[in-house]
Design a protein around this ligand. Sequence first.
Ligand code: SAM
Length: 182
Amino acid sequence: MPMHLLLAMLRNPATTGALLPSSRALATAMARAAEGADTVIELGAGTGSVTGALLGMLPGVPLICVEWQPALAARLRHRYPQADVRHASAKQVVDELGDLPGRVVVVSSLPFRSLPVPVASETAHSLCRFLTRGRERKLVQFTYQPREPFPAPRQLCWRRTSVVWRNAPPAGIWELRLGGPN
Ligand SMILES: C[S@@+](CC[C@H](N)C(=O)[O-])C[C@H]1O[C@@H](n2cnc3c(N)ncnc32)[C@H](O)[C@@H]1O
């Protein structure tokens, strides 16, 4: 499986953003952060490490997986027939979510710091618009940087919830949601 991300990295380094799939420890931590969700949207599912953890830890919870690279999307569909795999851009799928009811958790492996600037900013903008429409929505995002994954408007609040040391490199897990009293 590492070979697939390596090939994707050679073809699209800025979009792929990692040489190695997320470790089991990182995938487990991301899935744990989505516990309690009614629907999970996974962005940048890649080789499916986080997908596997989500399906294992949240059985029966509808999962939409989004992957922009066609070969990776096709592999995900084959490997995880129980997930709704979309070969699409994250922005396109987030914009189509509209008023999805209940607790919606967006779990993202998107490499915001290496994506082309217009893609990163339009995707971040769509995510923020989606999150500001309800308190039951949150984004879970990992990053290798010591700071917030991307800037967000003032009504949304970033919080770093953990650091996964058993990942190469170590990754911080951040959550973004509406701020203020619940
Ligand atoms: C860090 S890699 C995948 C990490 C994944 N957890 C794994 O273990 O394979 C990020 C993934 O995001 C995908 N990606 C990047 N930009 C995207 C976008 N705008 N929409 C959907 N997927 C995107 C890349 O193709 C890549 O597979």
